[in-house]
Design a protein. Structure first.
Length: 252
């Protein structure tokens, strides 16, 4: 849970790009980086979701479209911080995953991370900086029921992050991944509503997700955003190639 306390100003003068900033984790990250002094450029597939976000610029960008991503970064010019929060959760075993489901999962979760990383790196080589990819515990870190396509895609995100951390360490670009626990976002609420059709009630569906959390509650998007701001700051200047589990004890 978030508490009322002063927000540090660790990112003054930095330029940040945040994807999936329309709602949930991405929006909380955009707001937190801005509050810490960064000049934030925010994008989302649905540009309308960016209304009311107090940042330097907003843009409707499909992160699965390599050209659209390149054009977005090209228009910004210089970048110090990237936070990539795009994702999609397919619910099902491999038997319940069609070819289309599989391709959609890889495209949204993994291809988008590749496009964003490839577009950002040339703009960061002379300045250094921080790239944080939002991955998941449901990945190479931990197996979850009904997360075959999602776990494979987010495992790929972690692999991409580690390779990039090794490739660009000498150029001062740090790469890390945040692996959240269950976060109370519009995406989660939609998944709870879908599962309620199967389990018979919203209460049963919410309990199915809540039972995964030893802490007994969901994370807030702001808790994930705080970790992202730390990774983007000089306080984490010696941290790269890491998966940061913000999971309320799931991985203990």
């Amino acid at each position: 849970m978030t508490q009322d306390r002063p927000v540090p100003r660790r990112l003054v003068g930095r330029v940040a790009c945040v994807t999936a900033a329309g709602q949930g984790i991405g929006r909380a990250i955009a707001e937190r980086l801005s509050a810490e002094g960064a000049r934030v450029h925010a994008s989302d597939l649905d540009g309308g979701l960016l209304d009311g976000l107090d940042v330097a610029s907003t843009a409707a960008v499909d992160a699965t479209d390599a050209r659209a991503v390149e054009d977005w970064f090209g228009g910004i010019g210089s970048v110090d911080i990237v936070a990539h929060a795009v994702g999609f959760v397919h619910h099902g075993t491999v038997e319940q995953c069609s070819d289309a489901d599989w391709r959609k999962s890889q495209s949204i979760c993994l291809d988008s991370a590749f496009h964003v990383t490839r577009a950002a790196v040339p703009l960061m080589k002379t300045r250094g900086g921080s790239v944080t990819l939002i991955a998941s515990l449901a990945s190479s870190l931990k197996g979850y029921p009904f997360r075959a396509a999602y776990g494979a895609a987010k495992g790929g995100v972690i692999g991409l992050m580690k390779a990039c951390a090794a490739d660009y360490l000498s150029q001062g670009i740090r790469f890390n991944a945040i692996c959240p626990g269950v976060v109370d976002t519009p995406s989660l609420r939609a998944r709870i509503a879908d599962l309620a059709n199967e389990l018979g009630s919203l209460e049963a569906a919410e309990k199915w997700f809540l039972d995964r959390q030893p802490a007994g509650r969901f994370a807030s998007p702001e808790e994930i955003a705080g970790s992202c701001a730390w990774l983007a700051s000089e306080d984490a200047g010696f941290v790269t190639g890491q998966t940061v589990n913000v999971d309320g004890g799931i991985s203990i």
